[in-house]
Design a protein around this ligand. Structure first.
Ligand code: SF4
Ligand code: MG
Length: 323
C-alpha cells in the first residue's frame, strides 16, 4: 500500500456546506505473504476504510494498492473480478453481513457462485465441507442465520470468505461483537486456517489486546494516518509513539510483576474534517513540544522493520526544538 488517500464529502450542520473528510490520508505499509498484519486505532481512525481500499470495495483518491506484484488501484470492475476472488472480507457483525433469508449453505457458497462455474450440487458439497472446516456441522447447511449464536455466525462468515480459496482475508473487527470467551475461539480458528491454507490476514481492530495473540506485525493508526508500525514483540515491549504507549497502557498485563502505568489521554478525538495542524496527535500528546504544533512528523524507519511518525525520534527536529 503506497501513499493511499481517500476522502469523503460530509455535510457540516443542518444546512452546512459539504467538506472533505480525509478518512485515509496518505498511508503506506506492506503485508508479507502468510503473515497477519493488524491495523489498530480508535474508531474513526480510517482502519475500516483502509480495509475496503485494499480489497477495492472502495477506490482510492490517490495512491496505490499492489497485490501479488500488480497495481490494482486503477483496475476496472471487470479487471478486478479475478483479483477479488483472491481477497475476501470478514466483517464485524455477522448479523448484518449475512442475508437472513438465505440458507447457510447458500450463504457459504455465494462467492463460489459468483466466481466459479461449480454446479449447485458441487456448491452444496463444498459448503458442507467448509462448515466442518470452521467447526460447524454439515447438518447446519439447511438452516438460516438466525438459528445460530454470534460466534457460530462468525464461523459462517469465515467459511463464506474461505469458499473461493483466497490468499488474503481482510477481517474487520471480526470478534468485536462477540463475548470474550468466544473471541478466543474464533481467533484460534483464524490462526488454524492461516496455517492450513497459507492465508495472509489484514486484521482490523480497535483493541490492542485482541490483536496481540494473532499478529505478526502491527500498524497503529490515528486520524487517517499511520503513526507506528512494528513487529508484535517490539511493539508490545517497547512502544515508541506516545499514542501507541497510551493505547498499550490500557491493555491488561497477564504477568502481575510487570507494572504498566495507565496513560489517560486528555481531550477528545479531534474531528477528521478539521485535523489539528502539525502533528495530528499534538492536542492529546503527553510529550507535545512547540515544534509539534507547527510541523507534521514524517513517517519513517527509525529501526529496521519499524516506522514511527514522531519528532521525538528525529534528531534534526529535536535540534530545532532545543534552539
Ligand atoms: Fe507527540 Fe510531538 Fe511526537 Fe506528535 S510529534 S506524537 S505531538 S511528541
Ligand atoms: Mg471500523
Amino acid at each position: 500500500v503506497k501513499n493511499l488517500k481517500k476522502s469523503f464529502e460530509v455535510k457540516k450542520g443542518f444546512l452546512g456546506r459539504s467538506q472533505p473528510l480525509n478518512a485515509v490520508d496518505g498511508i503506506s505499509f506492506a503485508i508479507r505473504k502468510g503473515e497477519t498484519f493488524s491495523l489498530v486505532g480508535e474508531s474513526g481512525c480510517g482502519k475500516s476504510t483502509t480495509g475496503r481500499l485494499v480489497t477495492r470495495l472502495l477506490a482510492p483518491n490517490e495512491g496505490e494498492v499492489w497485490f501479488d506484484g500488480r497495481n490494482i488501484s486503477r483496475l476496472s470492475d471487470n479487471q478486478m473480478r479475478p483479483v477479488r476472488k483472491n481477497m475476501q472480507m470478514v466483517f464485524q457483525d455477522p448479523y448484518a453481513s449475512l442475508n437472513p433469508r438465505m440458507k447457510v449453505k447458500d450463504l457459504v457458497a455465494e462467492p463460489v457462485l459468483i466466481h466459479t462455474r461449480l454446479s449447485a450440487k458441487e456448491r452444496d458439497k463444498l459448503a458442507c465441507e467448509l462448515l466442518e472446516t470452521v467447526g460447524l456441522n454439515s447438518r447446519h447447511a439447511e438452516r438460516f442465520p438466525h438459528e445460530f449464536s454470534g460466534g457460530q455466525r462468525q464461523r459462517i462468515g469465515i467459511a463464506r470468505a474461505l469458499s473461493v480459496r483466497p490468499s488474503l482475508i481482510v477481517a474487520d473487527e471480526p470478534v468485536s461483537a462477540l463475548d470474550v470467551s468466544i473471541q478466543s475461539q474464533v481467533l484460534n480458528l483464524l490462526q488454524d486456517l492461516q496455517e492450513n491454507y497459507g492465508l495472509t490476514y489484514l486484521f482490523i481492530s480497535h483493541d490492542l489486546s485482541v490483536v496481540e495473540h494473532i499478529s505478526d506485525r502491527i500498524g497503529v493508526m490515528y486520524l487517517g494516518t499511520l503513526v507506528e508500525t512494528a513487529g508484535k514483540e517490539t511493539l508490545y515491549e517497547r512502544p515508541l509513539h506516545p499514542y501507541t504507549q497510551a493505547l498499550l497502557s490500557s491493555v491488561p498485563v497477564p504477568d502481575p510483576t510487570v507494572k504498566r502505568e495507565r496513560i489517560i489521554l486528555k481531550g477528545d478525538l479531534p474531528s477528521p474534517v478539521n485535523p489539528p495542524t502539525g502533528c495530528r496527535f499534538h492536542t492529546r500528546c503527553p510529550s507535545c513540544m512547540e515544534i509539534c504544533k507547527r510541523r507534521a512528523p514524517i513517517f519513517r524507519e527509525v529501526e529496521p522493520g519499524r516506522e514511527v511518525a514522531c519528532h521525538l525520534y528525529d534528531e534534526e527536529m529535536m535540534k530545532l526544538e532545543r534552539k
